[in-house]
Design a protein around this ligand. Structure first.
Ligand code: KG4
Ligand code: ZN
Length: 377
């Protein structure tokens, strides 16, 4: 049974994990950089690289210790090749290469998006569910991506066809930007999720024009079915609402109060929010969720998907999960999510995605490099 050491450093989490046979998490360590980036309201690439450099050795060491396996008892090393921040990726890739070379172990390069998809599969297998029906439609919805992939399992691994993506901002980016413009802490998704429970999601109407566009078809290949997402309009709509409702002074006061706090609690944030803010936040989240769910289910119907995977940081969102579960069930479509810790960036998903490649002996050449805009499929 193969033990794969996974390493992830594509954005603002340094991760290392040991996964057995692509189906059992033996250890999974994530060092988050949230406190470093919080004062800036977003990820600062140079700081991210520096933090990865600091964290990578202790994080890998801890993952091995928790797994009770020395490096010699690892069968392969898997690392995120891209997409992500170039400098951040480079830290993981260089370290993984050096380890593989020094130990004379196979090295496996993994696409981060493929990792998010395999997070779902890994946990289903861990629960004893080996019955996933293909084709799988996977919505990868994170800070950098809102992508739809049609996934198939072939003898020598998985294949992916990209059938949709955002034209502008990713869904997680919209959560983060809206939170920032409202003076809420970084990252925006988790706090918007928590605050939305206290607001009225029907209070503010976002016109369909702000988030809905006709599918333009794939410019490169018009024979392909194509599904577009677009989330920069809704962010502008929130900004306009803030301006026309004179919310700026309250936002400034909130920002002054929260910026010095490294990790403000939900209660601390809630204390700074009036009903108007909570209603706006809840209405924004409802609009995002309705758009993500309706477009994904439309795509699932058109391509004849048998199973739905929803994964990536935004898949941690409570309302998104509830709405997908309710609406997919109505259509008799099974929908799977990773647990919350495995929805956001982690290395267990990278080690799991590497396992089919390990079996197929699909190893990375020693001179491969990190690729910031690595496509999948
Ligand atoms: O997958 P991930 O950890 O990193 C990327 O690959 O981008 O996703 C991070 C994104 C951030 O934009 C964050 O705000 C969002 O996921 N996120 C959420 C929630 N938890 C994290 N968005 C909405 N609701 C959440 N509960
Ligand atoms: Zn991610």
């Amino acid at each position: 049974m193969a033990y794969v050491l996974g390493i992830e450093s594509s954005c603002d989490e340094t991760g290392a994990a040991v996964v057995r046979a692509g189906e059992e998490i033996v250890s999974n360590v994530v060092a988050s950089q949230i406190a470093t980036h919080q004062p800036f309201g977003g990820v600062v690439p140079e700081l991210a690289s520096r933090e990865h450099l600091r964290a990578i050795v202790p994080v890998v060491r801890q993952a091995l210790e928790m797994a009770g396996r020395p490096l010699a008892a690892i069968d392969a090393i898997a690392v995120t090749r891209g997409p992500g921040l170039a400098g951040a990726l480079l830290v993981g890739v260089s370290y993984a290469k050096a380890l593989a070379y020094a130990l004379d172990k196979p090295l496996i390069a993994v696409n981060h998006l493929e990792g998010h998809i395999h997070a779902v599969l890994l946990e289903e297998k861990q629960k004893g569910n080996h019955e996933v029906h293909f084709p799988v439609l996977a919505l990868v919805v994170s800070g950098g991506h809102t992508h739809l992939y049609l996934a198939m399992e072939k003898e020598d691994g998985w294949t992916y066809q990209n059938i949709g993506r955002t034209r502008d901002d990713a869904a997680g980016e919209a959560f983060d930007k809206v939170a920032k413009l409202l003076g809420l802490p970084y990252p925006g998704g988790p706090i918007v999720d928590r605050l939305s429970r206290h607001g009225d999601p029907r209070a503010v109407k976002f016109g369909s024009a702000q988030i809905k566009h006709a599918n333009r078809g794939d410019a490169r290949d018009r024979s392909r079915v194509w599904f577009d997402f677009s989330y920069s309009g809704i962010k502008t709509a929130v900004l306009r609402y803030v301006e026309t409702h004179a919310m700026q002074p309250a936002i400034e006061a909130r920002r002054r109060k929260l910026v010095p706090v490294a990790k403000p609690s939900v209660e601390e944030v809630l204390e700074t929010c009036d009903k108007q803010t909570l209603d706006l936040v809840a209405s924004f989240q409802r609009a995002m969720v309705e758009d993500l769910v309706s477009k994904t289910l439309l795509a699932a119907g058109e391509v004849g998907a048998s199973t739905l995977f929803v994964t990536g940081g935004v898949a941690a969102n409570s309302e998104l999960r509830e709405t997908f579960e309710r609406d997919a069930a109505q259509r008799g479509l099974p929908v799977f999510f990773p647990s919350r810790p495995l929805s956001t960036d982690n290395a267990a998903m990278i080690a799991a995605a590497a396992y089919p490649k390990f079996l197929a002996r699909d190893f990375a050449p020693a001179d491969f490099s990190a690729e910031a805009s690595l496509p999948l499929g």
